[in-house]
Ligand binder design. Structure first.
Ligand code: SAH
Length: 213
């Protein structure tokens, strides 16, 4: 398999035609080896236009969804980012290319361990994977310039709003259990503004300020 060629096709057929424009995001999507974040039998499908199973009932998000959420974060390179829902670690790797420091929280220990190994072996040294309930955020490392939630939630957890720094941006899929919409919050000195974006379907964010088990 020519994975570099598959990545180029993914960018040209799935991302550019649907409006992904940020050249840094497109470049990161061309660069990060998505197939190395899924199990071997699934690798040949890693660049398909869909989410894929990663074990423990969880999924790696569709490439387009990763690109949209990343673009909405408006990363310039010097940000400290919090991700809630490490999953495979793929989104974290994309963030690692585009920001300074990434803290990523995963609830399922087995996934956290695997993601940490993949990220380390690929040299993404600016990602820190933490096991725990990401709905509570990571107060000891707050404030964050950017926060991304990669699991569906009924509302944006209050601790995450609090841990977002001034001029910060938070992106999350908010809505019902089986259908959500991407929301972007911006925190300014005057308060928090909200915008609604693409409809989407994510696995549930389970935790104190998310869905109950
Ligand atoms: N960003 C991932 C996709 C994540 S799927 C990737 O690139 O592969 C959503 C993940 O969120 C799942 O792994 C799930 O276990 C995790 N999750 C759900 N609730 C969580 C919580 N409260 N805190 C941290 N992780 C959570």
């Amino acid at each position: 398999m020519d994975y570099e060629e598959l990545r180029r096709l993914m960018v040209e057929t799935q991302l550019v035609p649907r409006g992904i424009r940020d050249p840094r995001v497109l470049e990161a999507m061309l660069k990060v080896p998505r197939h190395l974040f899924v199990d071997e039998p699934m690798q040949h499908r890693a660049y398909d236009d869909m989410a894929l199973p990663i074990g423990n009932g969880q999924t790696i998000s569709q490439p387009y969804m990763v690109a949209v959420m990343t673009e909405l974060l408006e990363l310039k390179g010097n940000e400290r980012v919090l991700e809630v829902g490490t999953g495979s670690g793929y989104q974290a790797a994309v963030l690692a290319v585009l920001a300074a420091e990434v803290y990523s929280i995963e609830r399922v220990e087995a996934l956290a361990v695997k993601a940490r190994e993949h990220l380390r072996s690929l040299g993404y040294d600016n990602v820190h994977v933490i096991t725990g309930d990401g709905t509570e955020g990571l107060p000891e490392k707050a404030p964050f310039d950017r926060i991304i939630i990669t699991a569906g939630t009924p509302q944006v957890p209050e601790p995450l709003k609090e841990q977002l720094g001034e001029n910060g941006i938070l992106v999350a899929p908010v809505g019902a259990r089986f259908s959500q919409q991407l929301i972007r919050l911006r925190k300014t000195a005057d308060g928090i503004t909200e915008e609604y974006h693409t409809p989407c379907v994510f696995v549930p964010l389970v935790g104190k300020y998310g869905w109950k088990e």
